[in-house]
Design a protein around this ligand. Structure first.
Ligand code: 13P
Ligand code: SF4
Length: 305
């Protein structure tokens, strides 16, 4: 199918495709909107098409549905999931609420709708510093990603940030030894890391930030060679944006993102498929922390650097 045929089909069926930077390049090329988790959450509110296909993992489809209850939302593969989204329990949240009177629960967007529904604020890696800056509570329980929580805690010396014991299996795999050997093998390269990586590697990197932050950092830092410590799907956008630069990856592959297939997207456009559905009470409760994030970030945002 040519791009023109695809565009016509999307228009006929009133479909918009959103894709995360980690899905395969050919899928990013089919999409109307490609970006990081924050961009996708913001964009979801502006989409006019009645049908939205979210080329990404389950929590991304849920977030779109939470924000757009009247739209029909599809995930190309309903089993495509982010393991970290499940790495905290409601019992643990309850335990922390009982232990601290002055507590805010901040959930990273990589979390289930149920976890969001029991949180006070939501954030993404692109806006975590900004969201935490808006919180008055002294104690913050940061869930489910303990690495992201630890990586931003230096910005808040006066707060007690309690990091949940969870991590992205893809980013947590990167060790300090690996970073040191990559640096040795490529002495001129700048190192760009996603803040889901272990805190101990951060003093050996030149930039830490979200996927969109990494894309921008290439321009801001300058140079010809970059070691990129995040999922390798972003290579597609990096190479397109900076064709003359060299990007070195560390074999980081997210299984959930790779389950998203072009054939499934085409099938949904042509025939429909199972929708993302949420219990209405759950949806309303899960919307609150997402809305707070969008409100806090409505003003120009401070990057996580
Ligand atoms: P971004 O918000 O930076 O796109 O990251 C999402 C994610 O899942 C990282 O593993
Ligand atoms: Fe989840 Fe990690 Fe995959 Fe991101 S890269 S979706 S955090 S498993």
């Amino acid at each position: 199918m040519t791009n023109q045929e695809l565009d016509r089909l999307k228009q006929d069926r009133d479909v918009a495709i959103m894709a995360h930077y980690y899905v395969d390049g050919e899928i990013q090329d089919m999409a109307d909107y490609v970006g990081d988790s924050f961009f996708l959450a913001q964009k979801a509110l502006e989409i006019e098409a009645q049908n939205i296909i979210m080329a990404g993992v389950s929590f991304m489809g849920e977030s779109i549905k939470i924000l757009n209850p009247d739209k029909t939302v599809y995930l190309p593969d309903q089993e495509a999931d982010c393991p970290m989204a499940h790495m905290v329990t409601l019992e643990k949240i309850q335990e922390m609420r009982e232990a601290y009177e002055d507590l805010a629960v901040v959930c990273y967007v990589n979390s289930t709708a149920e976890i969001k529904a029991h949180s006070d604020y939501c954030c993404t890696s692109a806006n975590a510093v900004k969201v935490l800056s808006a919180i008055e509570a002294k104690n913050i329980f940061f869930i489910p990603d303990g690495n992201l929580g630890a990586n931003i805690s230096g910005f808040f010396p006066d707060k007690n940030i309690i990091c949940n014991d969870g991590a992205c299996p893809v980013h947590h795999e990167v060790t300090l030894d690996q970073v040191k050997s990559l640096r040795q093998a490529h002495p001129g390269a700048k190192v760009l890391a996603h803040p889901e990586c272990r805190p101990e590697i951060m003093e050996f990197v030149d930039y830490k930030g979200s996927t969109s932050g990494i894309l921008k950092a290439v321009e801001d830092l300058g140079g010809d060679e970059f070691i990129v410590l995040t999922e390798e799907g972003i290579a597609w956008k990096l190479q397109k944006t900076y064709p003359d630069k060299t990007f070195i990856f560390n074999d980081m592959v997210c299984q959930g993102m790779k389950q998203v297939k072009k054939e499934d997207i085409l099938r949904i456009i042509e025939e429909g498929g199972p929708e993302v559905t949420l219990d209405e009470d759950l949806r309303i409760a899960a919307r609150k922390p997402l809305e707070r994030m969008l409100e806090v970030c409505a003003s120009p945002q401070k990057a996580l650097v």
